[in-house]
Design a binder for this molecule. Structure first.
Ligand SMILES: NC(=O)c1ccc[n+]([C@@H]2O[C@H](COP(=O)([O-])OP(=O)(O)OC[C@H]3O[C@@H](n4cnc5c(N)ncnc54)[C@H](O)[C@@H]3O)[C@@H](O)[C@H]2O)c1
Ligand SMILES: O=P(O)(O)OC[C@H](O)CO
Length: 326
């Protein structure tokens, strides 16, 4: 793939991906909706608001002009999930490949982000880039592997070559739904693991939540047409383990606060960066109920986000009737 690469969304992850795309010498057009952020990035070659302390490549140019970004050879979409449809509606449709890098499910429609992208840009090949990827590590050049999923083999191979770098290794997949469901569901489960940490419930409980959470992810994924091996790969289990293990995760950190007894509404009101699991949880629960899939951990996270008492919610989760593991 020759030519510029567009990145839409200049938060931590969009900026880190811009840095990856610039590694191979591509001109990178990084779109932000906030004019002050655009000016600051271009003046300082740093995104101090969302990815502080990382000197950005001179190949990256921030912009507020979506038409200029749309002329690039491919566009990586990295807005918060619930904002994606509105931003894509403003993006000129050139049939350019679109790469969904956000993790979530659209409220109201229950659509995955790739489905939203296809709705808005039916002529574009749509891909999904997902995996265990803390932005600050990727931006610093630490080794990272991702799943790059897409049905169009040619577009996917071209994009993989364009973004692969010595520290950044994309693995190809044709399972778009599986790659997306892993990333969306793990954010909800990371909140649950953070609650365990904040409430001091111990490492056994955290490991049990990861294992039972993976069972939930798998049940939901299979019901939606995902492949089991994708859910067990980087975009599913890999990302689940990462996000459930570290306060570097915004979702895990949100859970820690809830587990310590802080009100979820206050924690969310005081955030500047996005914790997608808080938006995904109620949508995921609705989608699971519609599909007839039981997701007790997701339901528990929803109760906690609605202000439920931690001890009561955990007690109810543990008091469910005994059942077979599989
Ligand atoms: N940070 C990570 O390590 C990471 C890694 C992989 C995937 N992701 C996913 O990428 C997506 C973006 O995350 P992030 O970490 O870059 O978020 P962030 O919180 O760092 O930044 C969010 C960005 O979106 C902008 N924004 C907010 N509302 C908007 C709107 N309505 N329209 C357009 N722009 C808007 C903000 O101004 C900001 O620039 C999320 O879905 C997240 O789950 C993040
Ligand atoms: O900080 P989080 O919880 O949004 O997680 C970031 C990435 O999704 C990790 O892969």
């Amino acid at each position: 793939m020759s030519g510029a690469i567009g990145v839409i969304g200049a938060g931590a992850w969009g900026t880190a991906l811009a840095q990856v795309a610039a590694t191979n010498g591509h001109e990178v057009r990084l779109w932000a909706r906030d004019a002050a952020l655009v000016a600051a990035i271009n003046a300082t070659h740093e995104n101090a608001a969302y990815l502080p302390g990382v000197p950005l490549s001179p190949h990256i140019r921030a912009t507020g002009d979506l038409a200029w970004v749309a002329e690039a050879a491919a566009n990586l979409i990295v807005t918060p999930a619930q904002a994606m449809r509105a931003v894509l509606a403003l993006l000129p449709a050139n049939g350019q490949p679109l790469v969904v890098c956000s993790k979530g499910i659209e409220a109201g429609t229950h659509l995955l982000m790739s489905e939203v992208a296809h709705d808005q840009h039916p002529l574009s090949p749509v891909m999904v880039l997902s995996g265990p990827t803390f932005a600050h590590e990727v931006a610093r050049g630490l080794p990272t592997a991702v799943t790059l999923a897409g049905a169009d083999d040619v577009a996917r191979a071209a994009l993989a070559l364009a973004i692969a770098a010595p520290h950044f290794r994309p693995y190809a997949s044709s399972d778009v739904i599986g790659a997306e469901i892993g990333g969306a569901v793990k954010n909800v489960l990371a909140i649950a693991c953070g609650v365990v940490d904040g409430a001091g419930l111990g490492q056994n409980a955290r490991a049990a939540l990861i294992a039972r959470g993976f069972a939930e992810m798998t049940r939901f994924g299979l019901a939606k047409g995902a492949r089991a091996e994708t859910l067990a790969g980087m975009s599913g289990l890999g990302d689940l383990v990462l996000t459930c293990s570290s306060t570097a995760s915004r979702n895990f950190s949100l859970g820690v606060g809830i587990g310590r007894g802080e009100a979820a509404a206050d924690l969310l009101a005081n955030r500047r960066t996005v914790a997608e699991g808080a938006f995904t949880a109620p949508v995921l629960l609705e989608a699971a109920q519609a599909a007839g899939v039981e997701m007790p951990i997701t339901a528990a996270v929803c109760r906690l986000l609605d202000g439920g008492d931690v001890r009561a919610v955990v007690g109810d989760l543990l008091a469910r009737p005994l059942k077979d593991e599989v």
